[in-house]
Design a protein around this ligand. Structure first.
Ligand SMILES: [Zn+2]
Ligand SMILES: [Zn+2]
Length: 178
């Protein structure tokens, strides 16, 4: 494990959210948001409204900017996100989750909690000087954000789809060269 468990889950969720904006958009309905919420085991307020969905959708460019920023720029965005939400970090324990940090009330709107959770996770990334764990997909035609939590820092593609496509292309290139 590179970071604490809750940090890794928050980063993964943020990357999924940012990448959902790539064509074809995979966060278009309230059901899509339900699936995301379940996948990352969120708790707390859900409005199930189109306003909530729109707010989550519209925060994706900012997440993407943060996840692919330089360390200096990431610091600015994180500080801005935390002060915008008037975040107050508190250690909490609930359900299966051991002590971890919540920095906004579980009753505050989902978009604001997603923002703050990502900012809190990015604090760990910035403090440990691990921004190189984040990058853009090595596929020429893909702008997906890549989160590399592997021990040997070997992850280059945003998804198995991109990884497989490039493995096939490399194989074909070897075949035609021989
Ligand atoms: Zn929690
Ligand atoms: Zn990709």
């Amino acid at each position: 494990m590179v970071f604490a468990h809750d940090t890794e889950v928050s980063l993964q969720a943020a990357v999924t959210l940012a990448n959902s904006a790539l064509a074809p958009d995979t966060l278009r309905t309230i059901e899509d948001l339900d699936a995301f919420y379940r996948e990352y085991e969120y708790t707390g307020r859900r409005d199930h409204s189109s306003a909530e969905l729109d707010a989550v959708r519209s925060m994706r460019p900012r997440l993407r900017e943060l996840l692919t920023a330089s360390r200096e720029r990431a610091v600015e965005i994180v500080n801005e996100m935390l002060s915008d939400a008037q975040a107050v970090p508190q250690l909490v324990r609930h359900g299966q989750w051991d002590w971890h940090v919540h920095a906004v009330d579980p009753g505050s709107p989902l978009p604001s909690r997603l923002c703050v959770e990502t900012a809190m996770a990015m604090i760990d990334v910035i403090r440990t000087d691990e921004m190189s764990r984040l990058g853009v997909c090595a596929d020429d035609d893909c702008d997906g954000v890549v989160l590399d939590l592997s021990r040997n820092r070997s992850r280059r593609f945003c998804s198995t789809t991109c990884g497989n496509r490039n493995a096939v292309a490399a194989y074909r290139a070897r075949q035609s060269a021989s």
